[in-house]
Design a protein around this ligand. Structure first.
Ligand SMILES: [Zn+2]
Length: 169
């Protein structure tokens, strides 16, 4: 009997984002915004997260489309300020930020590389609760809210280390 191999699916919205960036006329601005990281997870850029959705030339500057992760996420204000600062530093005269709420952001919009970076950073990625220290799946939830509202705090029952799990959404 042949083993069934399940290939990881790329979410349609993630695929669309990758195409948008590839076909964009302002590649240098996408590249500039790679320097803007999630203020709570400095190993992930807003593009890695899928929060940065689009960059468009406007009449007198640039319009940036961002999708908030969790509604009321306090990091959103910081992200917007960082995007603005980065683009102004890149020579853009005016930055308009649009918040796109539909379709709502989900953790599925992160790509595989982002999930690996999360794990290396010590946060269990959304897919599965798995201890980033020892890889054990035997863990107990300590608190539904970890260091931030978007993470839950677990304790590994194998190595006893506490760790954050990025909650799937
Ligand atoms: Zn462990």
């Amino acid at each position: 009997m042949n083993a069934i191999v399940t290939l990881p699916l790329v979410h349609a919205e993630r695929a669309a984002l990758v195409r948008r960036r590839r076909d964009s006329a302002c590649a240098e601005l996408w590249n500039a915004l790679d320097a803007v990281k999630d203020p709570e997870i400095p190993v992930l850029s807003l593009y890695d997260l899928g929060v940065l959705r689009d960059i468009r030339r406007a009449a007198d500057g640039v319009t940036v489309v961002l999708s908030p992760t969790y509604s009321g996420c306090p990091a959103m204000e910081t992200m917007e300020a960082d995007v603005r600062r980065q683009l102004l530093a890149a020579g853009v005269r005016q930055v308009v930020i649009e918040r796109a709420l539909s379709p709502p952001w989900t953790t599925d919009w992160m790509d595989a590389r982002a999930r690996l970076a999360l794990k290396d950073y010590g946060i269990a990625p959304p897919d599965t609760v798995c201890c980033p220290q020892c890889g054990s799946h035997d863990a107990s939830v300590v608190s539904d809210f970890g260091s931030t509202a978007c993470k839950a705090l677990y304790r590994c029952n194998a190595c006893l280390e506490p760790f954050d799990h990025f909650k799937p959404l």
